[in-house]
Ligand binder design. Structure first.
Ligand code: DGT
Ligand code: MG
Ligand code: MG
Ligand code: MG
Ligand code: MG
Length: 265
């Protein structure tokens, strides 16, 4: 087709191509979920049903994009790991982040309507998500990224569990906040145990550890980091057919990673 005289405006477009041979992590996060959770009356500190809406949306996104090898989420956020050799959208950053943000938003709304028929979404506060990408050049950095998110989940959950126990026992939110200033993790464990009979270690794993979605293969699958082109294609096929498991386990220790070499193939 002949070019129109207006075609030149395309020259003003800008592209950002993510570094090749690096692990791309895309994190989506709910916009203004502090207000969203209060408008739709989330249970405090954790609303299991709302967390499952997030998990379902993330799982669906992962099913539609086979390049996502694992994901980790808690609260209103989810991080997705793409394979090192991933060529989705030719690694165009804006295309990736806009697709992830809009797809998670669409699925979140879909599953919300399924899970909360009694709480229809109102146009003055709809759930929407932002997204960002980070490229990590090494396995160790990727592991530390996910460890960072899980530690964050743990710190927030311990704080929130203690905070809301204090508030539910009669303190104002300001009083509860003051009570927790300067407390260590061990102090919060003690407040929970001594004042509320709660052993934090027995709290549900989904709250303490967040949720991991991971494509599973048998450990025996011959996976190493230097696959030939044919081996890589075979692994790709296997991964596409593999089951996506939902876990609430520790990803800080090496064990999770050591058992799953295909995450870095
Ligand atoms: P942002 O991300 O900068 O647009 O602002 P927010 O308000 O989304 O802040 P963020 O993402 O740092 O924190 C997530 C908020 O969502 C936080 O205020 C707690 C709330 N939230 C998330 N999950 C739950 C839940 O299960 N129950 C309750 N009560 N609140 C939750
Ligand atoms: Mg934020
Ligand atoms: Mg948020
Ligand atoms: Mg957040
Ligand atoms: Mg188009």
């Amino acid at each position: 087709m002949a070019k129109s005289r207006y075609e030149y405006v395309k020259n003003f477009e800008r592209e950002s191509i993510l570094l090749p041979e690096t692990y791309i992590v895309i994190r989506v996060d709910g916009r203004g979920f502090h207000k969203f959770s209060s408008k739709y009356d989330f249970e405090k500190p954790n609303d299991l049903c709302a967390l499952e809406v997030m998990n379902s949306a993330a799982l669906k996104l992962m099913e539609t994009i086979p390049n996502i090898i694992m994901a980790y989420g808690d609260s209103d956020e989810y991080s997705f790991l793409l394979q090192k050799r991933c060529d989705l959208f030719e690694r165009r950053e804006f295309k990736l982040i806009s697709t992830f943000a809009s797809t998670i938003t669409a699925y979140y709304q879909y599953y919300w309507n399924q899970s909360f028929p009694a709480k229809p979404l109102q146009p003055d506060r709809l759930p929407t998500f932002d997204a960002r990408t980070v490229c990590y050049p090494t396995k160790e950095l990727v592991k530390d990224y996910f460890r960072w998110r899980q530690v964050d989940c743990h710190i927030n959950n311990l704080y929130n569990t203690t905070f809301w126990s204090l508030v539910k026992s009669g303190l104002t939110t300001q009083e509860a906040e003051n009570r927790l200033i300067g407390t260590l993790s061990s102090d919060k464990h003690e407040i929970l145990f001594k004042e509320f009979g709660i052993n934090y270690n027995n709290e549900p794993e989904i709250y303490k550890k967040g949720t991991i979605l991971v494509r599973e293969l048998d450990f025996e699958s011959d996976v190493n980091t230097d696959l030939s082109k044919r081996q890589a294609q075979r692994l790709e096929k296997k991964l596409k057919k593999s089951e996506i498991k939902k876990l609430h386990c520790d990803i800080i220790k090496d064990e999770f990673w050591d058992c799953r070499p295909w995450l870095f193939s």
